[in-house]
Design a protein around this ligand. Structure first.
Ligand code: ACM
Length: 530
């Protein structure tokens, strides 16, 4: 009962493993100790057990983590960057992997196999052998902290929740018209002024560079790479409001708290703007050890085509000069002349409109790859159902769990197959999403569906996607995962496709984890009645 669905699971009728208070975590191989420390901490918070870590062979009833070449899931012994094997028997649990990332994902599977409500009864896991590795190297979630700001503690809570789904990238949309959320030492007004408010006049806020570094390292310990996005040349009102000299005539616009898009632009060719772009990119690049820096480039409706091309070519080159691989929303493909290897993020529909398919392919032609975020299935700010008080509806219809589940990244843009798809990402835009509880309500469970699309085995070429994916099986696994969400106090939308567990599980009661009332109790009642 694991989400995302493992590549191969062999259940067994043999005796189960029982996790007792005497269990230890036996470690072997470089990095196993760090993975074991996280497992021990997670077991402490999940189930009140905190096994000791020992560098000796496992005894009966122990959990072993072994990291060594050939320990991965491949039968031929070849190593997999993130794969693992997990064997559960009465004697022991054994996680094997060639890398620490693989072992860490094996640990996440183990957590899901353990009962969520661990109060007192023997904690047993049925005997099983799992061989597992991801389909895509990039599996991401995006959090828009610009429209509504989320504190470092809230972002860590989000990281903790996405780890369980084996997502390995967190894209932070750090700047937009409504807010600038990352301290730039050479341009301090960006956060003092531009960070002072947000959508609907919400609380402002920003990350100091120290806080951001701490977030990056918290994520990295959990094998999540933070992808910072500084959106430009459009979506820049917060910056323009902070510095008059970035504007024509030296007059700054007012701060903006509405939800329109496309009205702001930085100035192509202006020397102050060029210095601004270079300073910001240099400081942000220095803040993250990850390979990517996202420069946005979407919805530049107030930038002429010629200015857009010149701006994007220059700014993306600066990213490359600072040692990072540039990422942009697919519109930046219009510019041409981007650094080799630039990654495009596709956000058009599952049936591409206009030039979207051609622009997605342009990244491949120039030696890059594409992250798939089709907005009609992977945008998690879109309402679940008509009339929802939170969420957007611009894609034309709600996005159900079923929609987020029945799609395939390699069946969207003709000619764009897995060889050129870096992975998948589910963005959450927060114009209407004000609290971390609402964030969780919007993303869970649909994010679990996108995580499964990104991790689990691709459908066979000849197989229709609806035949290859089993919604009933997924729903059963989600119901089991939801017991863990309840125990951890993670919110989720109780969509009608799933037979959810009773809300107040003993685990939730034991840990005292409150599930805050959603802002829209009426919606839940309606769904339950369906
Ligand atoms: C976007 O949704 N404007 C990338």
């Amino acid at each position: 009962m694991v989400v995302p669905r493992p590549v191969r699971t062999e259940n067994s009728a043999a005796s189960p493993f029982v996790l007792t208070d005497a269990a230890r975590i036996s470690v072997a191989g470089i990095g196993a100790d760090g993975v074991a420390r996280l497992l021990s901490a997670e077991l402490a918070s999940d189930c009140g057990r905190e096994p000791a870590i020992v560098a000796e062979p496992p005894a009966y009833g122990d959990i072993a983590i072994v990291i060594a070449p050939g320990e991965g899931p491949h039968e031929d012994g070849s190593d997999s960057a993130e794969g693992y094997t997990l064997e559960v028997s009465a004697e022991a649990v054994r996680i094997g992997a060639a890398t620490t990332a693989g072992a860490f994902w094996g640990v996440q599977t183990l957590r899901q196999l353990l009962p969520a409500a661990c109060d007192g009864e023997p904690l047993s896991i049925d005997a099983v052998r799992i061989h597992d590795n991801p389909r895509y190297a990039y599996r991401g979630a995006m959090l828009d902290v610009a429209r509504h700001f989320f504190t470092p503690a809230e972002v860590k809570r989000f990281i903790d929740a996405i780890v369980l789904l084996k997502l390995n990238h967190l894209h932070l949309h750090l700047t937009d018209d409504q807010g600038w959320r990352i301290q730039i030492e050479s341009w301090p007004e960006l956060t003092r002024i531009g960070g002072s408010t947000g959508s609907d006049g919400s609380r402002g806020g920003f990350y100091t560079q120290a806080q951001f570094r701490d977030l990056v390292s918290y994520a990295a310990e959990r094998h999540i790479t933070v992808v910072p996005e500084i959106d430009m040349p459009g979506h820049t009102n917060a910056a323009l409001a902070s510095y008059p000299e970035l504007n024509p005539g030296g007059v700054a616009p007012a701060l903006y708290t509405g939800s329109e898009v496309g009205f702001s632009t930085l100035r192509t060719g202006d020397p102050v703007t060029q210095r601004f772009v270079r300073d910001v990119i240099r400081e942000v690049a220095a803040l993250t050890p990850g390979p990517y820096l996202h420069l946005g480039g979407d919805e530049c409706l107030s930038t002429t085509d010629a200015d857009f091309a010149a701006f994007v070519q220059d700014a993306f080159r600066v990213v490359a000069e600072n040692g990072k691989t540039p990422v942009g929303w697919h519109e930046v493909g219009k510019a041409g002349g981007l650094p080799a290897g630039t990654i495009g993020q596709y956000w058009d529909f599952t049936a591409p409109r206009g030039r979207a398919a051609e622009l997605a392919l342009s990244f491949v032609r120039d030696g890059g790859s594409v992250i798939m975020s089709p907005s009609d299935v992977a945008y998690l700010d879109i309402v679940y159902a008509e009339g929802d008080p939170i969420g957007q509806d611009w894609t034309g219809s709600p996005t159900t769990l079923r929609d987020s589940f029945f799609w395939d990244p390699a069946r969207i843009v003709p000619g764009l197959g897995d060889a050129h798809i870096l992975g998948v990402e589910a963005p959450l835009w927060t114009e209407t999403v004000a609290t971390i509880e609402e964030v969780e309500q919007m993303v869970f469970p649909r994010l679990a569906a996108v995580a499964e699309v990104g991790w689990s085995t691709a459908p066979a070429d000849t197989e229709p996607v609806v035949a290859a994916r089993d919604l009933a099986d997924f729903s059963d696994r989600l119901a089991s995962l939801a017991e863990h969400w309840d125990a951890a106090g993670t919110n989720y939308r109780r969509v009608p496709e799933v037979a959810w567990p009773a809300r107040w599980s003993s685990g939730a009661a034991r840990s005292g984890a409150a599930t805050p009332a959603p802002r829209e109790p009426a919606t839940e009642v309606t769904e339950a009645a369906r």
